[in-house]
Write a protein that binds this ligand. Structure first.
Ligand SMILES: NC(=O)c1ccc[n+]([C@@H]2O[C@H](COP(=O)([O-])OP(=O)(O)OC[C@H]3O[C@@H](n4cnc5c(N)ncnc54)[C@H](OP(=O)(O)O)[C@@H]3O)[C@@H](O)[C@H]2O)c1
Length: 299
């Protein structure tokens, strides 16, 4: 596939509340460092390179960028890279951040924010780092199966106060969706998903589709490699489908998620300009019934 001129508009659009985004977006977790995210010995990425990737993503039509205040290495922060590369922000750009998890200055994980005051402090940290007076979308990122009513209610109050335009959820189980929606509208759910995902994740994807909510997979390329990144070799169906189309396995993985429904968005993360172009181009890859049969559900 020729990737040079394909832009994110080829992937189609979806609305996060009143904000229209192309279905291929960009995740910034990979930008602050080379190699595995959150590694204590991570080498900070070259600033100009990271800025170049962000600017190229936007040139290629990406208008949905995922971030978090806890995406940082010793000398780089995803939010500050975004501000450096893209401010003053275009009205078309939608920046989605997440709150809940936190890291101390050394990079060690802290207890999740749970109280309204702790969540507000994280929202304000994102506002400060991004240089904005409101956040387009904030996902409540959780761990476990506990009730999210108090935490989501606190974010709903910040939405009412004008600090946040829209709310989403991340890493949830199916029951959390109804619990949150009884409190405030949910525009997106960001969960780990891709080829070989657990049945529970298929259920979350389905529920989102039925309710007009964007489902935004993370680790769609990295899969079981998670923070460490993409696996070096592919088995079976993925490589065969990639060979048939003359594309990479990563592009097939991304395209497969987009074929799961019009409400599925992609936020692939990369610090590599060639990978960026390939990921954007994956939005134009149309998989046949034969391809889809080769990819699921055995993968
Ligand atoms: N809500 C949450 O809890 C949560 C958790 C994790 C991540 N996220 C968000 O989701 C985004 C996506 O996750 P991710 O960045 O970990 O995973 P990903 O997009 O599934 O995969 C990224 C990995 O694949 C490699 N890669 C990317 N494009 C490639 C290509 N075309 N060919 C070959 N390798 C490629 C990257 O390395 P290179 O840099 O070498 O390309 C990196 O190792 C993150 O950036 C972050 O914004 C959210």
């Amino acid at each position: 596939m020729t990737t040079q001129t394909i832009t994110a508009t080829a992937s189609g659009t979806w609305k996060l509340g009143d904000l229209t985004v192309n279905r291929i977006g960009f995740g910034t977790m990979r930008l602050p460092q080379y190699g595995a995210a959150f590694a204590p010995d991570a080498v900070p990425r070259d600033r100009d390179q990271a800025i170049g990737v962000l600017r190229r993503a936007v040139e290629l039509g990406v208008n949905h960028i995922d971030t978090a205040a806890f995406y940082f290495s010793s000398r780089r922060s995803a939010n500050e890279l975004i501000a450096g590369a893209l401010a003053p922000y275009s009205d078309e750009l939608v920046i989605v951040t997440k709150v809940g998890p936190g890291r101390d200055r050394s990079g060690a994980w802290e207890a999740h924010a749970r109280t309204p005051g702790e969540l507000r402090a994280q929202v304000e940290e994102n506002l400060r780092q991004l240089g904005r007076d409101h956040l387009d979308v904030v996902n409540l990122r959780i761990l476990g199966t506990d009730s999210i009513a108090e935490r989501f209610g606190a974010l709903a109050d910040l939405r009412e106060a004008g600090l946040i335009r829209h709310l989403g959820l991340s890493n949830i189980h199916p029951h959390h969706l109804a619990e949150a929606r009884a409190i405030a509208p949910v525009v997106c759910v960001q969960n780990m998903y891709g080829l070989g995902a657990a049945p529970e994740q298929e259920e979350v994807l389905r529920l989102c589709g039925e309710q007009g909510i964007a489902f935004v997979p993370f680790y769609a390329i990295a899969g079981k490699g998670r923070e460490a990144g993409a696996v070096a070799s592919e088995e079976g169906g993925v490589q065969a489908v990639a060979d048939r189309h003359g594309v990479s396995a990563a592009q097939v993985r991304l395209a497969w998620t987009l074929h799961r429904g019009p409400h599925v968005l992609a936020i692939p993360g990369t610090g590599d300009l060639d990978h960026l172009a390939q990921n954007v181009a994956a939005g134009s890859l149309r998989l046949s019934e034969e391809d889809l049969a080769a990819l699921s559900p055995a993968e």
